[in-house]
Design a protein around this ligand. Structure first.
Ligand code: ADP
Length: 647
């Protein structure tokens, strides 16, 4: 590489002789010799003239001799010096153009041949290093290719792992929240029932433990959701004061119990409404204020909230929030690490005060997710001040929708009114414990409840009765809540019954999926009884009398008899592996079911038809089982008792 550059530099510094600036050596020699000989001749002629013996003929001859001698000397120098130098020059020019060729040089045995040989050996070394360079480049390219391939593989694996992590989180969320829902519901019910003081205390302790476990599960899930980029933010209009006041009142009671005064001050310049995520704001304030209450044993806690126009965009609001306490304070060297996950100032804190070290990590990430800023100042033994700035868009103009608009936002519903209701609610839930909890809570309020364990059962129930509201679990066997909602929304009889999703799914996008399927609201499990009732009250519509003509028993009865016979025939076709005949029988059955609007049977029949078309015998057998189940369910629901041969 160095040789190469050196050579190039040399060539640039010493341009070829062909350039107009240069004159050939032969010309120079010719002129020099001509001048020299001319001078000698002039001296001789001058001497002759001085002696008086000048002869013109002799003078001319001498001049001719002068020219000839000069020419001969020039030729001689050209052959001896200029030609070899030209060969060298062409060689250098070739090298300049990147052709590392040896120079073919006539053997002159002088310095120029030596120069040419040196030049050739330099070319040889240059060629070798260029070859090494090319090899090195190829090797490097190969390595880059391999590394890129490895990186792509690692990236793919990381994406798969991240996908698996999200999947795991969704499942874990469901698996943990479902039993928690049952547990908390049962505790709540037991606390309502008559019990001795000791039993009540035990139940309250169990409730506290279950709630703190739930809050831990929620924290871990929140953090994982933020880290995997799945935390979706709301953009809805909300009032900052009312969003925070309720939560602060709760903490004021806790603080008072410890002899600490909790005060808050909402500046009058706060806008009436802003657009953003109220839940996340409440979560941030909850985390900060609960820490202050936890770490302050005397003195006061002050929460100050004010707003001003954003410096970067005057149409936005910058909301400033300070939580100031006179608590234990935080040592200076720990002020940064407290925002890291699972970090506490010292290990004894979790033993004394509880906590997991996740609160501030989540708070910081939530603030940053909303492009806000968080900072802390603290003095050990004197107290701490946490400050936050969050920017919000101005409130959006509200469009009032004509029907099914709840009286309050789902997660923000008003407290139950205390009225008792009559009318039916359809609870679609596969978990027996949860069924019991919700039923007990709602029955106490005077609601009549019917239960379905999956979407298909729910659709069958809807055929028989009108409901004021449907509480729909999302994840269920046979037919999940999303599919069931989509189906019932397609039917004009039910397209305006309010459907409330009641789900343990807590991942981002779940709410959107429920709403997209046609549900009206979303409550995440574990469901608080007060929250549940308030939501129901917000959405409840009086059931309309069911149309008697939908599928009266006089049509239903012959259908079921025919269907049972049909099942017997179907089975024979399956045994004879006669798929064509089976397809025809199923189609007949489906058409009959369509007439009486037996949606469950129609859907199962369609499934079998599809399986027959794709010749998947396993799917056909499975579909037939479901179809049988549907027919049996229909049979039970219309109290027609028909025995069928296959039993
Ligand atoms: P934890 O669940 O332990 O409270 P956090 O992330 O909320 O977790 O807080 C991390 C640590 O920061 C706490 O354990 C405590 O040591 C310290 N800390 C947070 N807020 C305060 C406060 N207001 N006063 C004193 N120490 C605090």
């Amino acid at each position: 590489m160095d040789y190469w550059n050196t050579a190039k530099r040399l060539i640039v510094r010493n341009p070829p002789a062909s350039s107009a600036k240069f004159r050939s050596l032969s010309v120079k020699f010719f002129r020099f010799t001509a001048f020299l000989v001319l001078w000698i001749v002039t001296v001789i002629l001058a001497y002759n003239m001085h002696q008086g013996s000048f002869d013109l003929g002799k003078g001319l001859l001498l001049c001719l001799i002068v020219v000839l001698v000069a020419y001969a000397i020039a030729r001689f120098t050209i052959n001896l010096l200029v030609k070899p130098i030209r060969i060298l020059q062409r060689g250098i020019e070739e090298v300049g153009q990147g052709n590392l060729k040896r120079i073919k040089f006539p053997s002159t045995g002088d310095e120029i041949e030596f120069l040419a040989e040196s030049f050739n050996s330099m070319i040889k070394r240059l060629a070798e290093s260029q070859k090494r360079l090319v090899e090195y480049q190829e090797e490097l390219e190969q390595k880059v290719k391999e590394r890129t391939h490895e990186l792509e593989g690692a990236m793919q694996k990381a994406m798969e792992a991240s996908g698996a992590k999200s999947e795991f989180l969704a499942n874990m969320s469901h698996e943990l929240r479902t039993p928690m829902n049952g547990l908390l519901g049962m505790i709540e019910l037991s606390l309502d029932a008559p019990a001795s003081t000791e039993q009540k205390e035990q139940l309250e302790t169990a409730q506290r433990c279950a709630l703190s476990l739930l809050s831990l599960v929620n924290d871990v899930l929140d953090l994982s959701k933020i880290e995997s980029g799945k935390m979706a933010l709301e953009h809805i209009n909300f009032n900052i004061t009312s969003t925070l006041e309720d939560a602060l009142r709760g903490y004021a009671i806790k603080a008072r119990q410890k002899g600490v005064l909790l005060e808050w001050n909402f500046s009058p310049n706060l806008p009436a409404e802003v657009s953003g995520d109220p839940l996340r704001l409440r979560q941030i304030v909850n985390n900060l204020v609960s820490n202050s209450v936890k770490f302050t044993s005397e003195g006061a806690i002050e929460v100050k909230i004010s707003a001003h126009k954003s410096e970067t965009d005057a149409s936005r609001w910058a909301v400033e929030l300070h939580v100031i306490d006179t608590g234990t304070g935080i040592p200076e060297d720990k002020l940064i690490i407290i925002f890291e996950k699972f970090t506490q100032v010292d290990g004894s804190i979790s033993r004394r005060f509880g906590g997991t070290g996740l609160g501030l990590a989540i708070t910081k990430r939530l603030v940053e997710l909303q492009n806000g800023k968080i900072s802390v100042e603290s003095e050990l033994g004197l107290g701490s001040k946490f400050s936050i700035v969050l920017e919000y868009d101005p409130a959006m103009p509200v469009q009032v929708s004509e029907k099914l608009t709840p009286t309050a936002a789902v997660e923000d519903v008003a407290k139950p009114s205390g009225q008792k209701h009559s009318g039916a609610i359809l609870l679609v839930e596969d978990n027996a414990v949860n069924q019991r909890v919700v039923m007990t809570v709602l029955k106490k309020r005077g609601y009549e409840i019917d239960v379905a364990s999956n979407g298909i059962e729910a659709l069958a129930k809807l055929e028989q009765r009108s409901y004021g509201i449907i509480l729909m679990d999302v994840q269920m066997p046979v037919m999940d809540g999303l599919e069931a909602t989509r189906k019932l929304r397609l039917d004009p009889r039910w397209n305006d019954v309010p459907v409330i999703a009641m789900t343990a799914h807590a991942m981002s996008g779940d709410k959107e999926r429920c709403i997209a399927a046609g549900m009206n609201a979303y409550i995440s499990k574990p469901v608080h009884s007060a929250h549940l009732i308030a939501t129901i009250e917000a959405y409840y519509t009086k059931p309309v009398a069911k149309e008697a003509s939908t599928h009266p028993n006089d049509l239903m009865r012959p259908f079921i008899a025919q269907a049972n016979e049909g099942l017997f025939e179907l089975r024979k076709s399956v045994e004879a592996v006669d798929l064509d005949r089976l397809g025809e029988q199923i189609r007949n059955l489906r058409e009959a079911a369509e007439i009486i609007s037996a949606t469950g049977v129609v859907e199962s029949a369609k499934r079998v038809e599809l399986a027959i078309q794709s010749k998947k015998t396993d799917a056909v057998t499975h579909g037939l089982l479901l179809l049988e189940g549907e027919i049996t369910r229909l049979q039970q629901s219309t109290t027609v008792t028909t025995e069928y041969a296959a039993k």
